[in-house]
Write a protein that binds this ligand. Structure first.
Ligand SMILES: Nc1ncnc2c1ncn2[C@@H]1O[C@H](COP(=O)(O)OP(=O)(O)OP(=O)(O)O)[C@@H](O)[C@H]1O
Ligand SMILES: [Mg+2]
Length: 239
């Protein structure tokens, strides 16, 4: 096995007296696409926020690229190669599409690389190139999702964390977005994606974790989870 890119060791996290994560263990290897499944309030977003440092670890440790990062600020983790596509595809609404994409590259000064990545983003999302001057807040939900993904890619990350990219999008667009996530992953970027739509996430991910009230209750290769009885009953819409 290669060195993990990301590792959570016995991570618990709290909001005041509420324990949102309980002794969570997860590992992502370079190049993998892993999905994080679970019902509402199971701790999926909290897991991503803990990885990013937006929520502090109560107990346990987080390692990224071989370094213990849970004591480090979010900015450090971003510099080290994390990028996030936040829930509800939060873009900067009063900035143009171009400015949003530039924000994604704000830590870089390699003009040539930035240009290459911009072209890459346009190849994935031609719509963004057509709408460079448009205020991000006036883009449609699907377009904002594309912009949030494009912005994340502009930092040339090692790891992309995505929180429910399919939320509120029409099924056809969800399919397109997941195809693009797969393309990005095949480029070598490790992807950790939170998703309620277990079927679509498991159909393209390598592995998955399932959270329930802050605990990992199931984990394994995506194909195994797809065929797991308990999984099918609880999350894949079967009774
Ligand atoms: N800022 C906060 N303050 C207090 N409690 C919080 C806060 N954020 C989340 N929680 C609680 O932590 C638990 C886990 O929330 P989290 O947002 O991680 O769930 P989730 O799996 O992402 O849910 P959803 O599918 O609805 O997005 C919930 O019970 C939630 O109410
Ligand atoms: Mg959430």
């Amino acid at each position: 096995m290669p060195e993990p890119l990301l590792e959570l060791k016995n991570v618990s996290a709290y909001y005041g007296p509420i324990r949102a994560l309980n002794q969570v263990n997860m590992v992502l290897y370079p190049g993998e696409m892993v999905c994080l499944l679970g019902g509402n309030a199971s701790g999926k977003s909290t897991t991503l926020k803990t990885i990013l440092g937006l929520v502090q670890v109560g107990e346990g440790e987080v390692y990224f690229r071989g370094e213990r990062i849970d004591p480090k600020p979010t900015s450090y983790r971003i510099e080290k190669g994390m990028a996030v596509v936040p829930e509800n595809r939060r873009v900067f609404p009063k900035m143009t599409v171009r400015e949003n994409l530039e924000m994604g590259a704000y830590l870089r000064n390699d003009a040539k690389g930035i240009k290459e990545d911009l072209d890459y983003v346009f190849s994935l999302f031609p719509r963004l190139e057509e709408r460079l001057g448009q205020m991000a807040g006036t883009m449609s939900g699907g377009e904002q999702q594309m912009l949030a993904m494009g912005r994340a890619l502009m930092s040339r990350p090692k790891l992309i964390l995505m929180d429910e990219p399919s939320m509120g999008l029409a099924p056809k667009l969800v399919e397109t977005i997941f195809k693009i996530i797969k393309t990005v992953n095949e480029r070598g970027i490790t992807v950790f994606v939170v998703e309620q739509n277990a079927n679509i996430a498991l159909s393209i991910a390598d592995r998955g974790y399932v959270l329930q009230t802050g605990e990992v209750v199931l984990e394994g290769p995506a194909q195994e989870l797809l065929h797991n009885e308990a999984m099918r009953r609880a999350y894949l819409g079967e009774v």
